[in-house]
Write a protein that binds this ligand. Structure first.
Ligand code: SF4
Length: 226
């Protein structure tokens, strides 16, 4: 099946999801949006107030700042896919709890399996720790290139953090310019920190359809790779 209907079907599942306590307080779940064939996927922490009200990711101040930085770097937002580690807003924008992240993880893994991006950019610490491990610190590893299961990861500061701490803005701006440079050239092996040297690339083992498999089944096919 084509990736667009697969993503739409998954988004429908997310919008009705009751799997964690965040379902009780959300206005709208926010599945994510962008190109179904995106080479770059940005993964933030969770929806904020504007995202919760609109059902769309990164539409508040942080999203506008990200749009500006992407525009300056010559990256079209419509060409990337943007989502979060949890699809529903945590109350008062608190950091998602571990059980909420775990409950939502199948959806993120299914999105990755369907889109098969070449690059994933975790935005901020919680996304970094969910995708690459709890031992990493965003301040230490931002803009470094990791490989896990055949996908390249380039962690970046979350744009909301850059809005709150002005000194981070120039760093994030420079990192997104570096991202633009990296996605347009061959990355040397000595530039990559390989976190899964024995894992098979996910690009070779995408599920054929979500219609025949639930999100959790699609994700469990791929979870071992993350
Ligand atoms: S945060 Fe994720 S797991 Fe929790 S209710 Fe929303 S979609 Fe479901």
């Amino acid at each position: 099946m084509e990736t667009v209907p697969l993503l739409e079907e998954l988004a429908g599942e997310i919008r009705g999801c009751p799997k964690c306590r965040l379902a009780e307080t959300r206005t709208c779940a926010v599945p994510g949006e962008g190109s179904a064939s995106a080479r770059i996927m940005f993964v933030g922490e969770g929806p904020g107030e504007k995202e919760d009200l609109s059902g769309r990711p990164f539409v508040g101040a942080a999203g506008q700042f990200l749009n500006l930085l992407l525009q300056e770097a010559g990256i079209e937002r419509r060409d990337v896919f943007i989502t979060n580690i949890v699809k529903c807003r945590p109350p008062q924008n608190r950091v998602p709890l571990l059980d909420e992240v775990a409950a939502c993880n199948d959806y993120l893994m299914a999105q990755i399996a369907i889109i098969q991006p070449k690059f994933i950019c975790p935005l901020g610490g919680p996304s970094l720790n969910t995708l690459l491990g709890p031992h990493l610190r965003i301040t230490k590893v931002r803009c470094q290139v990791f490989r896990k299961s055949g996908i390249l990861y380039i962690p970046l500061f979350h744009p909301a953090a850059a809005l709150h701490r002005q000194e981070l803005q120039s760093t994030l701006r420079a990192d997104i310019l570096k991202l633009k440079e990296l996605i347009h050239r061959e990355i040397r092996e000595d530039e990559i920190i390989d976190l899964s040297p024995r894992a098979k690339p996910t690009r070779e083992c995408a599920p054929s359809t979500v219609s025949q498999k639930s999100a959790s089944e699609v994700a469990s096919d791929n979870l071992s790779l993350f």
